[in-house]
Design a protein around this ligand. Structure first.
Ligand code: THU
Length: 161
């Protein structure tokens, strides 16, 4: 028998105030960014702040469309913008914050599967893990030190031969 168990790590903080100072600062940028979301259909506003290894912070927010699938999540707007503006500069951390115009978001906004896949692409490319911090408006905050923790067994370019 050769059975192995694969597990993943996720840190749960009681609130944003329990995060390290640098992470709190990045989350503040995500909160600022979510206020500029274009979300007339869902009224669910998400902001993402990307900290690069050169110290720059790039932010994004969700951009919706009357043709719903044409819209894009905050995380991808932010990482694509970061890669477009600073190609080849590694991403250290992504902070995500969500709010709604209809209810209080009291649990962390976890990135959708497509966003996890997109973050994974950059993590593999840069050969360095990307930390992700997830937050709602109130309540607990989650942090993982690699997107692989929330996207185990990700499809990647090695499968393409
Ligand atoms: N959304 C994000 O921007 N990020 C997520 O992690 C989940 C969902 C957006 C997409 C859409 O504009 C709205 O939230 C509702 O799904």
């Amino acid at each position: 028998m050769n059975i192995r168990r694969i597990s993943f790590d996720l840190m749960v903080y009681g609130s944003v105030h329990e995060l390290e100072q640098q992470d709190q600062e990045l989350m503040k940028e995500a909160v600022k960014a979510r206020k500029k979301a274009y979300s007339p259909y869902s009224k669910f506003n998400v902001g993402a702040a990307v900290l690069l290894e050169n110290g720059e912070i790039v932010t994004g927010n969700n951009q919706e469309n009357a043709s719903y699938p044409s819209g894009l999540c905050a995380e991808r707007v932010a990482i694509f913008y970061a890669s477009a503006k600073y190609p080849g500069i590694a991403i250290n951390t992504i902070a995500i914050s969500a709010t709604s115009e209809n209810f209080v978001v009291d649990k962390p906004a976890a990135p959708c599967g497509n966003c996890r896949q997109s973050i994974s692409e950059y993590e593999i490319k840069q050969l360095r893990p990307i930390s992700i911090i997830m937050s709602g408006e109130t309540g607990e905050v989650l942090k993982c030190n690699s997107v692989a923790d929330i996207l185990p067994l990700a499809f990647n370019s090695t499968f393409l031969g």
